[in-house]
Design a protein around this ligand. Structure first.
Ligand code: PEP
Length: 244
């Protein structure tokens, strides 16, 4: 089975109820998309967005706690995301790793919790610019992959997103060869570790736009994209979906 194609949007800390018009527009503009579509809005919008998405767009959280419930003020449990209408959750985004000091072990524990709640974990990996300049990219990605992805991962419950930290929100992207090299490494490691590792969807993320999406999607082992800024407007995200 080939990996499913996925166009995923990460709205980060952007959007209020008024932004749900973009979901109506996306649904109207993409009557028969050739891929799965996922939008991960702020937690406040998960429930209303799920109601507006008419089952045509999957909805996801941007983080979850590793515990099922308890005294964790400000956090959200995976089961609560699921209860609100989410089917996916982004884990280990570089902004979480940087802003909140999340480690690979914590990301892995969150992925276990997500799987237990029936969510698909979108696990993010990526090197910093300094690590790339030092020639450490493949070692960093291999290490994050080994440490962040739990033993229970499968093609049905896990998506991997390669997001170079220096490409997020900067307008800069790696060369096609650089993306291909990292995706090939991830594919090899997944196939060696998991029975259906060859079927797990691999996303590229970092300054994907309508103008570069088709070229990126043509790279081997790129099964879709995790898109930040260009996912906020249907007029930008629609053409990315169409390119996949
Ligand atoms: C992201 O936040 O995951 C991301 C890839 O952002 P952008 O597309 O804006 O670079």
């Amino acid at each position: 089975m080939a990996p499913r194609k996925l166009a995923a949007g990460n709205w980060k800390m952007n959007g209020t109820l008024a932004a749900l018009d973009q979901i109506d527009q996306l649904v109207a503009d993409q009557p028969a998309p050739g891929c799965d579509i996922l939008i991960c809005p702020p937690a406040t919008l998960i429930q209303p967005m799920a109601a507006r998405a008419q089952g045509r767009i999957a909805i996801g959280g941007q983080d979850c706690h590793a515990s099922a419930s308890g005294a964790h003020t400000g956090d959200i449990a995976a089961a609560q995301l699921r209860d609100a209408g989410a089917s996916h959750v982004i884990l280990g985004h570089s902004e979480r790793r940087t802003d909140h000091g999340e480690t690979d072990a914590e990301v892995q524990a969150k992925a276990v919790a997500a799987h237990a709640a029936g969510l698909i974990a979108v696990i993010c990996l990526g090197e910093t610019e300094a690590q790339r300049d030092a020639g450490q990219t493949l070692d960093v990605i291999a290490s994050q992959l080994a440490g962040s992805v739990p033993e229970g991962a499968s093609a049905a419950n896990t998506v991997i997103a390669y997001e170079p930290v220096w490409a997020i929100g900067t307008g800069r992207t790696p060369t096609n060869d650089q993306i291909a090299e990292v995706h090939a490494l991830i594919r090899d490691r997944l196939a060696a570790r998991f029975a259906d590792g060859a079927d797990m969807a691999l996303l590229y993320g970092g300054s994907v736009k309508p103008g570069n999406a088709a070229e990126i999607f043509a790279i081997a082992h790129v099964n879709g994209a995790l898109v930040g800024g260009a996912s906020l407007k249907a007029a930008d995200f629609g053409p990315i979906v169409a390119a996949l």
